[in-house]
Design a protein. Structure first.
Length: 536
């Protein structure tokens, strides 16, 4: 059967290398991956292996944002991981290269590698170039915020369309330190991607070269017998968390690293993110809160320079291993900083003394919740709850000017089980910013956020409403108190009152009674556990 599709005796006598390609023709993030996968296969053949390419599905967060389709995004992470694992177990490949692009394909590839524990690595397709609008670099974040500004009458329909037409110029994943570039950073710092490779932008000619090199490196991994679980140690996870913290990365990294850790057998909890973030300075001046885009990191010296900064401030363990066979420290010490670059601050002058991730607890989130604090947000808020049982209801309230300064917007029943699928709330958060309320309104949700979200926005409230978490007991007008410095999120109600309300609460009917969403809702764990699916 192999010979029927062109493989020879010589081909089949060599190591068989799976090339998991997440190419799909529905988004710029993964649109160019056929080309890169071809280069990976050239590298595999040159190094003495036989590549066999296969595909997976993928879902675009940006395109589905604010729609029913967004429920598919987090579900796709599990399906992508399952499909990679299943093909590799069925075909019994000797090693594996995963070519990834958009948000969920990256952690899914790492999860599959951890499950399989065969020699392998991850190659990220790269960031999109920044768009240019009226002389300013723009990304998809600017479009979402412009939608809110348009609804508020601050910009015209024509201006919104003009921005939309230039914000995403070519192939590649969203251009700021949003979820895709955050998880790309994670893959380099945790050791599953060759350091310096992922950060090369999607359409840069060097991307073909690094793809070819990945084909060679995977054969070297196979010869050395190095497996993912040799790399995915607790220290490596802490290095990755430090990378998220120092770059102001997406809160989705919490969810995905918890999931990868569980697939790897490594103990990791939400509070570990707080501990690492507290000792890690914010060094990268990147969107959504900063000035620069991900392509500027590559120009400044790339992820190796960020790794070197983490070593210099004693925030990383230099002894962890990477797929190149070199240690974290060896890779970091080879970094070359571009003279005069302003993207990555020196350790002596951080943008902020501590990292961007904050884990809060309290009577509304006994298992914890996640906020991203860039240094520009206020650190406390006290106001009335405006309670919505879906993202759509909250979005309608924002765009019809029913949200006022001081309010705390609460969106529930959007968690992993209740959604199902834990939708991102970028449409709502960007509309709040676009309406001019970003500095005076807070938002809480058992759903999650896009990496492009900014402002005092708190997600992943656990347990979620569908599991009877305290967020299910909130009433319109309840006073919510947020104190980032004290790591507290609470409703000003007595324990007895909360218990009484929860005793009267009834489990809502599932949104889907059959199909993939119903299966996912039945199997998914809490966000505090990484929202992985598991047999009950």
């Amino acid at each position: 059967m192999f010979k029927a599709i062109g493989f020879t005796d010589s081909d089949l006598s060599k190591p068989l290398i799976g090339v998991a390609n997440t190419w799909i023709e529905t988004m710029p993030c993964n649109f160019h991956l056929r080309r890169l996968s071809g280069k990976v296969k050239e590298g595999v053949r040159a190094a003495g292996g036989t590549p066999m390419e296969f595909n997976t599905i993928a879902i675009s967060d940006g395109e589905t944002m604010g729609t029913e389709g967004m429920r598919a995004s987090l579900v796709s992470r599990e399906i992508i991981a399952d499909s990679i694992e299943l093909v590799c177990r069925g075909q019994m490949f000797d090693a594996l290269v995963c070519v990834v692009g958009c948000d969920k394909t990256i952690p899914a590839a790492a999860m599959a590698l951890a499950r399989l524990n065969i020699p392998g690595l991850v190659l990220y397709g790269g960031t999109i170039a920044a768009g240019n609008y009226r002389g300013k670099d723009v990304t998809i974040q600017d479009v979402f915020e412009a939608i809110g500004a348009n609804a508020a009458g601050k910009i015209t329909d024509t201006e919104l369309r003009d921005l939309e037409n230039v914000a995403c110029p070519r192939s590649g994943a969203c251009g700021g330190q949003y979820t895709a570039n955050t998880m790309s950073t994670v893959m380099e710092l945790i050791g599953l991607s060759p350091m310096g490779f992922n950060g090369v932008p999607a359409m840069d000619s060097r991307k073909d070269e690094v793809a070819f090199r990945c084909g060679e490196i995977v054969l070297d991994l196979l010869k050395r017998g190095m497996r993912p679980k040799d790399i995915l140690t607790r220290a490596a996870f802490q290095n990755a968390i430090a990378g998220v913290a120092c770059t102001g990365g997406s809160t989705n990294a919490v969810l995905h690293l918890l999931a990868i850790a569980r697939e790897s057998g490594v103990t990791l909890v939400m509070d570990d993110f707080q501990k690492v973030s507290e000792r890690t300075p914010l060094l990268a001046d990147l969107k959504p809160a900063g000035r620069f885009v991900a392509a500027d990191v590559d120009k400044a010296g790339g992820i190796p320079l960020i790794a070197k900064r983490l070593l210099d401030c004693h925030c990383a363990d230099g002894s962890t291993l990477t797929v190149t066979g070199r240690t974290f420290a060896e890779e970091a010490n080879a970094a070359k900083e571009t003279p005069g670059q302003q993207v990555i601050a020196p350790v002596s002058h951080p943008l902020k003394a501590t990292g961007g991730l904050v884990i809060l607890h309290g009577n509304l989130a006994p298992e914890g919740c996640v906020a991203k604090i860039s240094g520009h947000e206020r650190l406390s808020h006290r106001g009335p709850a405006r309670v919505f049982d879906s993202e759509e209801a909250a979005m309608s309230a924002v765009t019809t000017k029913r949200i006022k300064a001081g309010d705390v917007v609460v969106i529930r029943n959007e968690g992993p089980k209740g959604g199902p699928g834990m939708r991102e709330m970028l449409g709502v958060t960007a509309a709040i910013v676009g309406e001019g309320l970003g500095e005076c309104v807070a938002l809480l949700t058992d759903g999650r956020f896009s990496g492009a979200t900014r402002g005092l926005m708190i997600g992943h409230l656990s347990p979620e409403a569908a599991l009877g978490g305290p967020i299910a007991a909130l009433h319109e007008g309840d006073t919510i108190h947020i104190d980032v410095n004290q790591r507290v999120l609470e409703v000003e109600l007595s324990d007895a009152a909360l218990r009484q309300r929860l005793a009267e609460w009834k489990t809502p009917e599932p949104r889907y009674a059959s199909g993939v969403f119903a299966k996912y809702a039945a199997l998914v764990s809490s966000a505090s556990q990484g929202a992985i699916t598991q047999a009950k």
